[in-house]
Design a binder for this molecule. Structure first.
Ligand code: SF4
Length: 343
């Protein structure tokens, strides 16, 4: 990234002043609002986040309420957003703010960076948007815009590419640092799109853009995945009593989806005879064992391939928690991977 980027500041800020979207967390610059929205927006589209954000703020309107919330209630608010460690880290960080900062939100990058779940990007976003600290906030959108602007062929999936981008942006961050950072992100989300067709004709930076000038927009940014996802086969059991209660299990505290509820499942693909034998070991008497449609779910490093079975049982057993569909909806956070079998 050799090119001088300081020429982008004025057109970018002018474009943002005219085109910025009205979003719930932009109604004020309260760090709690910006923080929660930024964490939700990691890995999740804005349209999907808006409802979650409203529900979250209704239930947990400030740092103190987040610090005190029960884990199950928190995970229920997060249900369906995925990457549940984000919710756990929000609570952990809220507790640190209460105990170590007297409930006052830290107002600078260095202190924010020390809170659970707050990395370079989020610390940069909160400190610039809420406190006008002159630091960059580089997320995937910003990296894409920078790669195209500068014609960089560095792999944007590597941490060193992000570090280089932060270093590159630092000297050109203007006093309106929050607007500058938000403008770059917004440009990436609405104009310099991640597919192969960015809207260069409406882009305020087309004059400065190497990819536009040299017709490289379809080639940039370079994304080379380093790691392949591991595959796991699972047999998932939707166990339902004659009263309509559904069996739930709790996952262990470590590993994937720690402490979340799940439908009972075992690794590998079992057939009806094997399932019957398994049910016996759980003291369950099945009336019927019917296959459900297959499903898959991708996590960061693992791909689950799941065979589901709908099993009617006479009465519950002690091994599981048995809940009505209404209780499940209201109180139990069930990851999307398992919800696929409830539809
Ligand atoms: S001109 Fe096109 S490729 Fe360059 S920053 Fe703008 S939208 Fe992206």
């Amino acid at each position: 990234m050799e090119q001088n980027l300081s020429a982008i500041t004025a057109p970018l800020l002018a474009w943002f002043a005219k085109n910025k979207r009205s979003l719930p967390w932009r109604q004020d610059k309260q760090p709690y609002h910006v923080w929660v929205s930024e964490i939700m927006l990691q890995q999740t589209r804005i349209e999907a986040v808006i409802n979650y954000y409203a529900r979250f703020m209704d239930a947990l309107p400030n740092v103190a309420s987040l610090a005190a919330v029960e884990d199950d209630a928190l995970l229920k608010l997060w249900e369906g957003l995925g990457y549940y460690s984000r919710a756990r880290n929000l609570k952990k960080a809220a507790q640190s703010i209460v105990t170590e900062h007297g409930g006052i939100f830290p107002n600078n990058y260095a202190q924010l960076r020390r809170l659970a779940g707050i990395g370079d990007y989020t610390a940069g976003a909160i400190s610039s948007i809420c406190f006008n600290e002159r630091v960059p906030a580089v997320d995937g959108n910003v990296l894409r815009v920078l790669s195209r602007l500068t014609g960089s062929r560095a792999n944007v999936l590597l941490p060193e590419t992000k570090k280089a981008a932060i270093k590159r942006l630092q000297p050109i961050i203007p006093p309106q640092s929050g607007n500058f950072n938000e403008a770059l992100m917004e440009l990436g989300e609405t104009v310099c799109l991640s597919n192969s067709a960015p809207a260069c004709e409406t882009c305020p930076l087309s004059e400065q853009c190497t990819a536009f000038r040299e017709q490289l927009t379809t080639e940039l940014p370079v994304r080379i995945k380093q790691q392949k996802r591991r595959s796991e086969k699972l047999t998932v059991l939707l166990l339902v009593t004659k009263n309509g209660q559904i069996a739930l299990d709790k996952r262990p505290d470590g590993g994937l989806l720690p402490g979340m509820y799940q439908l009972p499942n075992v690794s590998g693909f079992l057939d009806a005879t094997q399932i019957n034998a398994l049910l016996k070991t759980w003291d369950l008497l099945p009336h019927s064992i019917q296959p459900l449609k297959e499903a898959k779910h991708a996590f960061t490093h693992i791909h689950w391939f799941m065979h589901g079975w709908n099993i009617a049982v006479e009465t519950p057993c002690d091994r599981f928690i048995w809940v009505s569909p209404q209780e499940l909806d209201k109180y139990y956070a069930l990851p999307t991977a398992f919800r696929k079998f409830l539809r």
